[in-house]
Design a protein around this ligand. Structure first.
Ligand code: ZN
Length: 332
């Protein structure tokens, strides 16, 4: 584990970080990297760690004590630039890229390097991506650019090909468990539930440490399990849809439904007589995605959306006979 400063640490990804530090020590760092992998596993944190190591007086490993480490930790290092989607916007726009491109081309203020992190790089619009490409084609000396994304396929190929790709995987349950155990005031029971549900994402684990969300998820899985096993009447199903149509609960419900469908499809693909089941599941998944999009775009009634989905899922499951509704339940 690489510590850099008191508060933020990279969890896991030891092999990746060792390799990057070795490249740095041998002066073989690329001008630009593309850190890609699932949401919330620590890609941006690793990018910050690499920049910190680059600035640190005690490198290759960041010492956590020198002025560079302290400033990086506080988020105020003048040679570190962060580029992400501005509040209230839906894409990263060209003016933001130009500003970073200009700053990165200037002489470093505090260290020998300038580093920039482009967070959620798949959100660069076309113009912005082209502007960034220009910088990558002729990178100023002593600069490091790190693009971070969970959707590398959505990045312009010419831009992608200019970066050295580094793939991040979900964290191991043991790595997450060690992190959860260090958080204050977490009981053993909560820790176990959080790790089981976090799916290798430290961001998701952090969110679940809010016990209200954890309780909400556990309740949804319990109730949804009854829908699938056919223990819920139509009236009960509608009551359930009403309860989960509250704005915040709706997010929980649709997120978990999405995960459930993905798990089901994955296990169905490898199962016997897969074709029909996969087809039916994909149909429900497409319906779910369309309906949820409509809720966000056109303010479609959330309760009706959930009723429609619960009914479709209950129908499908009744045909199949009930297996465990959450195949990943025993994970960890
Ligand atoms: Zn340092």
């Amino acid at each position: 584990m690489i510590a850099f400063g008191a508060t933020e640490r990279v969890i896991g990804h030891g092999a990746i970080l060792s390799r990057l530090l070795a490249e740095m020590a041998a002066s073989r760092l690329a001008h630009a990297y593309l850190f890609h992998g699932p949401v919330g596993v620590g890609k941006a944190t690793a990018a910050r760690a690499l920049a910190t190591a680059l600035f640190c007086e005690g490198n290759p490993e960041p010492c956590g004590k020198c002025p560079h480490c302290v400033k990086m930790d506080a988020g105020v290092h003048a040679d570190f630039l962060y580029l992400g989607m501005a509040e209230g916007k839906t894409r990263i726009v060209v003016d933001q890229v130009r500003e970073v491109a200009r700053s990165i081309s200037l002489t470093p203020l505090e260290s020998k390097w300038r580093a920039a992190l482009v967070d959620d790089a798949h959100l660069l619009n076309e113009q912005a991506a082209n502007a960034l490409l220009k910088t990558l084609e002729e990178p100023p000396p002593n600069t490091l650019l790190i693009l971070v994304t969970d959707r590398p396929g959505a990045i312009m190929p010419t831009l992608r090909s200019r970066c050295r790709a580094v793939r991040f995987s979900p964290l191991a349950d043991s790595e997450l468990a060690a992190w959860v155990a260090r958080q204050p005031g977490v009981t053993r029971e909560v820790a176990v539930e959080v790790v089981k549900r976090a799916m290798g994402s430290v961001r998701r684990a952090a969110a679940l440490l809010d016990e209200e969300l954890l309780a909400r998820e556990m309740r949804f899985q319990e109730e949804f399990g009854r829908v699938i096993s056919g223990e819920t009447t139509l009236a009960g199903l509608c009551a359930l849809a009403e309860y989960w149509s509250d704005r915040e609960r709706f997010v929980t419900a649709t997120t978990l439904l999405g995960t459930w469908m993905e798990e089901r499809i994955r296990s169905a693909v490898t199962g016997m007589g897969a074709g029909r089941e996969v087809g039916a599941l994909l149909e429900i998944k497409n319906l779910a995605e369309t309906l949820v999009r409509q809720v966000h775009r056109f303010n479609v009634n959330r309760q009706l959306v959930l009723e429609a989905l619960f009914i479709q899922i209950a129908k499908g499951r009744n045909r199949e006979g009930g297996n465990s509704p959450f195949p990943n339940k025993g994970r960890g």
